[in-house]
Design a protein around this ligand. Structure first.
Ligand code: PHE
Length: 332
């Protein structure tokens, strides 16, 4: 009887282990634990035993049943979790399939140019400053020595916002208002660059965008001269374009700088390309911000980041920057 029972247990345990799925397992469980199982038959046969033997034999049968039940329960847990995993995997919605292979994006080339510019200027000791894109006439014009009667106002092709007094609120037409905001809030010495979006009524064509990006530079310190300005621009041009590119200043006019200049960079064919404007901060501008021009001097410069990207990558049309054609953007 005992060896018979042990054989039943061994067989049942092996069968449980070998069950490939829950269906097989429950059929096997009926075979080894059900009414027609060898175990059930052994239990029935207990009645024919002497009462003295019956108790021990009954206990042995119960133990055998417990071991078999435990083996089936353990196998059931295992198979159930495996089958659940298969089911979940089958039901998973693979959304990437819709877009084909996964592609990694990257920064837009104007953002790349802006980041590089910031790096170059931060490396030279400048700090990055920012200002709002919607400005009042004070910051965009007045404080920059452009009173409302000044003809230079017209040259900025300003986009006005329909708020308050006419021509009082506008989308900033250059980043120069950040000069004023910085000087109003900080004591010199000041060394900042201010990149950001700017707006003019220009219709988009191969060389113009109505919304574009500029970077402004402002230095206010003691004993600053035009030589510091020229040296800073030369240094930046070398760092950004490479050692063989030269820069030059040409006399020009801006109401907020005196003297004023345009700055150009040299091209491989020996010609010059205009990059931006610059000059010594006008004493009126310093005074408008509460800075004494007899103690402090400064220089400022500003140029278009989109234009710079056009030059650096030799693009034919500045509008490519905003067409959002992935085939174009991928190249940079
Ligand atoms: N703000 C000027 C422009 O947009 C550029 C400039 C900046 C000129 C600083 C001189 C000094 O045209």
């Amino acid at each position: 009887m005992d060896s018979n029972l042990a054989a039943i247990v061994d067989e049942a345990l092996a069968a449980a282990d070998g069950a490939a799925n829950l269906g097989d397992l429950s059929a096997l469980s009926a075979r080894y634990l059900g009414k027609k199982s060898a175990l059930a038959a052994a239990k029935k046969a207990l009645g024919q035993l002497e009462p003295a033997e019956r108790k021990a034999a009954g206990q042995a049968i119960n133990e055998a049943r417990e071991r078999i039940e435990a083996a089936f329960a353990a196998r059931k847990t295992l198979l159930a979790s495996a089958e659940r995993a298969v089911q979940l995997e089958g039901e998973r919605l693979d959304l990437t399939e819709i877009y084909g292979e996964v592609r990694r994006g990257h920064y837009h080339l104007v953002t790349q140019a802006r980041d590089r510019l910031e790096d170059v200027f931060v490396g030279m000791g400048f700090r990055v400053a920012e200002g709002p894109e919607v400005e009042t006439a004070w910051y965009n014009f007045e404080a920059l020595n452009i009173p409302d009667w000044h003809p230079a106002r017209g040259s900025f092709d300003t986009i006005f916002v329909n708020l308050g007094e006419p021509e009082e609120v506008m989308l900033r037409s250059h980043t120069s208002p950040v000069q004023i905001r910085t000087m109003e809030n900080e004591e010199p010495p000041i060394y900042i660059v201010a990149p950001g979006r700017t707006f003019r009524t220009d219709a988009a064509d191969a060389t113009h965008l109505p919304a574009f990006n500029q970077i402004e530079g402002l230095v206010v310190d003691r004993g600053i001269t035009m030589g510091d300005l020229a040296g800073t621009i030369d240094e930046f041009v070398h760092a950004f374009f490479g050692g063989d590119v030269q820069s030059r200043l040409r006399p020009s006019y801006f109401p907020f700088t005196e003297p004023s200049a345009e700055f150009d960079i040299s091209r491989a064919d020996g010609s010059w390309l205009e990059l931006g404007g610059c000059g010594m901060v006008h004493p009126n501008v310093l005074r408008n911000c509460g800075i004494d021009p007899d103690v402090w001097q400064g220089f400022a410069f500003g140029f278009g980041i989109d234009r710079l990207a056009v030059m650096r990558y030799e693009l034919d049309d500045i509008r490519e920057l905003v067409n959002n054609d992935v085939r174009f953007l991928e190249q940079f």
